[in-house]
Design a protein around this ligand. Structure first.
Ligand code: ZN
Length: 117
């Protein structure tokens, strides 16, 4: 995978991450916006978007999505992104574009599914 492809996937991952967090923020706002009398109280929202309270509002699925994204970004930082975690062969860029969280090449993936990590 060349630098450009890597950069493209990285941007894609960051965008996905942002979208999940925006969704969580909306859920948080919705849960906070009803005052005692049931009238929305928008002025109360914190402008700090990335805080623990927002993260607490992530669903299980969203949380695991953020986890996957962070793990992929971490592999990029370590320079091992796109390398199979099992045989260390390079995973085809086309596969990484379709499944940016892949940790295994196609061969190892089926082995892992059959026999476990
Ligand atoms: Zn492999």
């Amino acid at each position: 995978m060349d630098e450009e492809q890597l950069q493209e996937i990285r941007n894609h991952l960051l965008k996905m991450r942002e979208e999940v967090l925006i969704e969580a923020e909306k859920a948080y706002a919705a849960s906070q916006s009803l005052g005692k009398d049931g009238v929305p109280d928008i002025g109360d929202m914190s402008s700090n978007s990335y805080n623990q309270e927002v993260l607490m509002n992530l669903s299980e699925a969203q949380r695991s999505r953020v986890h996957d994204i962070d793990a992929a970004l971490e592999r990029m930082d370590k320079g091992v992104y796109g390398l199979c975690a099992r045989c260390e062969e390079e995973i085809p860029a086309r596969r990484m574009e379709v499944r940016p969280f892949s940790r295994y090449c196609v061969d190892c993936k089926s082995e892992v599914e059959k026999f476990g990590e």
